[in-house]
Ligand binder design. Structure first.
Ligand SMILES: Nc1ncnc2c1ncn2[C@@H]1O[C@H](COP(=O)(O)OP(=O)(O)O)[C@@H](O)[C@H]1O
Ligand SMILES: [Mg+2]
Length: 263
């Protein structure tokens, strides 16, 4: 699983087996190695489910998911996870030192590599100023319970540093910058863009402007793909995506944001 090609083949899935309302039925999507795909769709469309299935947090009920031709059910969950770098909207960190948290991406990394990743994720300065209740400082400071409480944005940046260090062939960004203020986001966006080079990418974002430049946008609704194409193609088409794009105010997807905030 080094190339990073992904194929969903006739995938069927529901969270509550046997009950009404499959999240996906006969879902098909293939992503070429190195292709960058943006997933678009209102809250509940099935974007995160797709990611959960790829990570094998759940197994499909029908069909299969393949990475480089290999059915993810036929390999260990560890090797699937090793092929994937993930930054999601709710990043939980280990209740350990910052150093361990970043090196979790790649245990064999040197301190220099770890610090470089923290710098790229614009979190090095924050870390240098940390002091936990047991007087451990900087990268040695522990986070979480009995440690330093980091803000959502800071946790997200530590997660980005971790993924930068991991350097896996597949990169999944599920609202990867949602907890960051726009200034920090703009600074990190550059790093994420360079991180994407040569990798297969699946990116989900409320701010359509952050994914508009992807090779292909896949628009989902109720677990199905309703449109796909480049940003320009989809705008020209005047359909679902064009409508979502139009509804954006100040770079945000108004409707979606409201729904999420109520969750
Ligand atoms: N852990 C879960 N258990 C039960 N239902 C879920 C779970 N996660 C998501 N769902 C349901 O699956 C559907 C797709 O959700 P999701 O993949 O999270 O959508 P999106 O990421 O596009 O907002 C929704 O109807 C949602 O309520
Ligand atoms: Mg989601």
């Amino acid at each position: 699983m080094r190339e990073g090609g992904i194929a969903f083949e006739d995938v069927g899935f529901s969270y509550w087996r046997g009950k009404e309302g499959a999240v996906m039925e006969s879902f098909n999507l293939s992503i070429r190695p190195g292709e960058k795909v943006g997933l678009v769709g209102r809250s509940g469309a099935g974007k995160s489910t797709l990611v959960n299935l790829l990570l094998r947090l759940f197994d499909v009920e029908a069909g299969s998911i393949r990475i480089d031709g290999q059915d993810v059910r036929e390999v260990t969950q560890e090797s699937v996870r090793a092929a994937i770098g993930l930054v999601s909207q709710d990043t939980s960190l280990l209740h350990r030192s910052v150093r361990e948290n970043i090196k979790y991406g790649r245990q064999t990394a040197t301190d220099e590599e770890m610090i470089r990743a923290a710098e790229q994720a614009k979190v090095a300065e924050v870390i240098e100023g940390l002091l936990d209740p047991r007087q451990r400082r900087g990268y040695d400071a522990h986070v979480g319970e009995r440690g330093v409480k980091l803000s959502g944005g800071q946790r997200q940046r530590v997660a980005i540093a971790r993924v930068l260090l991991k350097n896996a062939p597949i990169l999944i960004l599920d609202e990867a910058t949602s907890a960051l203020d726009s200034e920090v986001e703009a600074a990190i966006q550059e790093q994420l863009t360079s991180l994407m080079q040569g990798k297969t990418v699946i990116a989900i974002a409320h701010r359509l402007s952050t994914i508009a430049a992807m090779d292909r946008l896949v628009v989902m609704d109720a677990g199905r793909i309703v449109e796909e194409g480049t940003h320009a193609e989809l705008l020209a088409r005047g359909g679902h995506y064009a409508q979502l794009w139009e509804r954006q105010s100040g770079g945000f997807l108004d409707l979606d944001t409201k729904v999420d905030a109520a969750e």
